[in-house]
Design a binder for this molecule. Structure first.
Ligand code: ZN
Length: 233
């Protein structure tokens, strides 16, 4: 265990999960303070060393740490992710689309486990979702039907408000934005993504993979994302 640098003492339950992940990877988990990080915390994908990045020590809490450890665990167990078809492509909308789709599928397995362990994973997601909804609905943001990448990103944001949030206020905000005509195709695609996550994001790896593939098909007007194997596959 490599947690001495963290200003937090993990409970027995959290330590057990950390040890499980370290056993799966045959490596300690590395914790990297990364001030420029977009969100508060993230688990790196497809790196030889299991690595969790966090923005600063103030954002650290046990529920968040276990959340990231469970992401690492799923990938090591072979649950696939999507990635950009061109990994070198510099496109922030695409990066967000990929991250959000991977999260929606992995969270369908991770959140029930976090709740079972006594954590409440929704609040951080609700804050992030509210911020994204506010951004895409501001008047200086391009209309989602003006660009297929933005249509996909908005569709996933719609799905996120339902799949990763419990707050009625977030859903009401979401519905008020997506009832506008320029958001109609995003809403339509978002509902299909919700359906795919409900049907396929479960413990069966091959069903998880086909559900993710189905979402790639739903969103991919220009073949800009594709399925990727993870460390464990
Ligand atoms: Zn997550």
């Amino acid at each position: 265990m490599n947690t001495n640098s963290l200003p937090i003492t993990l409970s027995q339950a959290a330590t057990k999960i950390l040890k499980e992940v370290e056993l799966l990877y045959k490596s300690e988990v590395w914790w990297q303070e990364t001030p420029g990080l977009e969100g508060d915390m993230c688990a790196l994908r497809n790196t030889p060393m299991p690595t969790v990045r966090y923005k600063n020590t103030f954002v650290l809490n046990e529920g968040g740490i276990v959340h990231e450890l469970l992401h690492l665990k799923l990938r090591r167990l072979g649950y696939p992710n999507v990635q950009k078809a061109d990994p070198q492509e510099n496109n922030n909308w695409r990066d967000q689309t990929v991250a959000m789709l991977n999260n929606l599928f992995e969270h369908a397995l991770i959140f029930p486990e976090l709740e079972r362990l006594g954590y409440f994973p929704f609040e951080a997601e609700e804050n992030g979702t509210r911020a994204q909804l506010t951004r895409i609905s501001s008047s200086d943001f391009p209309s989602p039907d003006s660009n297929p990448s933005l249509t996909s990103l908005s569709a996933l944001l719609y799905a996120r408000a339902y799949l990763d949030c419990r707050s009625q206020a977030v859903r009401a905000l979401c519905e008020s934005i997506f009832s506008q005509p320029s958001f109609a195709s995003s809403k339509f695609l978002g509902q299909k993504v919700i359906e795919a996550v409900h049907n396929d994001a479960n413990n069966d790896v091959s069903q998880f993979r086909s559900g993710l593939n189905e979402c790639v098909r739903i969103l991919n007007e220009q073949a800009f994302i594709q399925l990727e194997a993870t460390n464990g596959a």
